[in-house]
Design a protein around this ligand. Structure first.
Ligand code: ATP
Length: 444
């Protein structure tokens, strides 16, 4: 058994099997923007559904929200993103390449004659570092002037903060409570790359948990553990996961405490979820900038305070990448290489492949009936092309947990062979028991 060694292998599998395509590929592609294909959208939906079920559906103290991507431009002044969401950048005047000022390939001091461009090799062509705002700018209405300027949101969190009391009153919530949101965010990243790890358009699953000041550290510890457990329950290998605590100079402008959950990708340990204690920073700033009170009033004690916020922020694309990298295995089966995605059955795009062993003796008809039956409940796939071994391999690469084969014995006793993707064990299951069999194993 071997893990994934190179990202190129995954990028090509993702394209070939329809998980992820490069955006606008026929025009040469668009930098760090990706599209999800038939298997990719299924996997993505299953991951977001699993998150939503655990965050919202299974709890009484968290409600959902879907706020708009476009928001009042003052929101981003209040949040600190207009002034603080910057990366220092260096340009090469010769070859026009752009680098982060902390790029380890830069030699010498940018802006000085000794500095050397890592791409064209020229000396003295690098500019001094300049601030670069990561927010995408756009204009509302017919006139493209400063008054009409707004931004594509760089996080979903602000849409939650400005709605906190709408949600609280509508859903009759009391502190502590949370608001969960899944939605697109945009960042004009300067050093994107590593496939879908860092993209300019991406989706986030964020949950803001509002607590009484003083209870924030306890809730932070709770969510830190809960989020790590969630990834392990999804089947991500524990030895590939770790926490990384932000030291003071890494902390974002709003945070008192932050820990990342990191995964060991082929390109190293990297964050894919952040747990942040954002204190009362955001709500206080919205109170200041909007002039509206953002205080919570405790119904019993009549105490007033601006709640503290503990946030869990997870990127959908990054989670999908973790799921794919962790699931990828190359195995030697009877002298042949088998590529298999051992995805958790609850998130696998296709739950079962249905195969007639041969295209005669009524086997295709029985297989099609089973397919039509199962299709009402699960995403399943009918395949009668090529040898049974090849059909199994195709589903292994797609991460399909079960293969159901209609064979000679089916004609005699109405059972099918069920092959398990991971153990390769085969057992016989009666055709009228298949719905229950799959439900027990693939519903997460
Ligand atoms: P990074 O340091 O990697 O840029 P960040 O610390 O800025 O990430 P947060 O602002 O905490 O990230 O965002 C929360 C989550 O959103 C991240 O853990 C990641 O999963 C996801 N995310 C952030 N930026 C991107 C991006 N450009 N592409 C894909 N996912 C992203």
């Amino acid at each position: 058994m071997a893990d994934l060694r190179s990202m190129d292998t995954l990028v090509s599998l993702a394209k070939r099997r329809g998980f992820v395509f490069q955006s606008s590929e026929i025009y040469g592609g668009l930098g760090s923007v990706w599209d999800y294909g038939p298997l990719g959208v299924e996997l993505k939906r299953n991951l977001t559904d699993r998150w939503w079920r655990s965050m919202v559906q299974h709890r009484d103290d968290i409600e959902g929200l879907e706020s708009a991507i476009l928001m009042h431009p003052r929101v981003w002044e209040a949040s600190g993103h207009v002034s603080g969401f910057n990366d220092p950048l260096v340009d090469c005047k010769q070859c026009k390449n752009r680098f982060r000022a902390d790029d380890s390939r830069l030699k010498g001091t940018p802006g000085e004659p000794d500095a050397q461009c890592p791409v064209c090799g020229n000396k003295g062509t690098l500019t001094a570092p300049r601030q670069f705002n990561l927010m995408f700018r756009t204009f509302m209405g017919p006139v493209e002037d400063a008054a009409a300027q707004t931004y594509l949101r760089p996080e979903t969190a602000q849409g939650t903060y400005v709605n906190v009391y709408n949600v609280m009153q509508a859903a009759r919530l009391k502190i502590p409570f949370g608001i969960a949101q899944i939605g697109k965010a945009f960042r004009n990243e300067i050093t994107p790359g590593n496939f879908i790890f860092r993209t300019r358009e991406f989706e986030q699953m964020e949950m803001q948990f509002f607590v009484k000041p003083g209870d924030d550290e306890e809730w932070f510890a709770h969510w830190r553990e809960a989020r790590m457990q969630w990834h392990q329950d999804l089947g991500i290998r524990a030895e590939k996961l770790r926490f990384h605590e932000h030291c003071p100079d890494e902390l974002a402008h709003y945070a008192k405490q932050a820990e990342d959950i990191q995964y060991e990708f082929p390109f190293g340990w990297q964050e894919f979820e952040g747990i942040h204690n954002r204190t009362d920073f955001d709500l206080s700033r919205h109170q200041e900038y909007s002039g509206k009170r953002m205080e919570y009033i405790d119904a019993e004690s009549k105490e007033r305070f601006i709640p503290y916020v503990v946030e869990t922020a997870l990127g959908v694309g990054r989670l999908l990448l973790v799921a794919l990298v962790d699931a990828y295995q190359e195995e030697d089966v009877e002298g042949e290489k088998r590529v298999v995605l051992k995805l958790h059955p609850s998130v696998a795009p296709i739950k079962a492949g249905i195969f007639p062993l041969v295209k005669k003796d009524g086997m295709p008809e029985i297989a099609q009936r089973i397919h039509a039956d199962l299709q009402k409940r699960f995403r399943v796939f009918y395949d009668d092309g090529g040898s049974i071994g090849r059909r199994y391999r195709r589903q292994d690469e797609a991460g399909t947990p079960f293969g159901l084969t209609v064979d000679g014995q089916t004609l005699e006793d109405q059972t099918v062979t069920v092959r398990d993707r991971d153990t390769l064990r085969q057992e016989r299951v009666a055709t009228d028991q298949l719905i229950g069999y799959l439900a027990e194993r693939v519903v997460g």
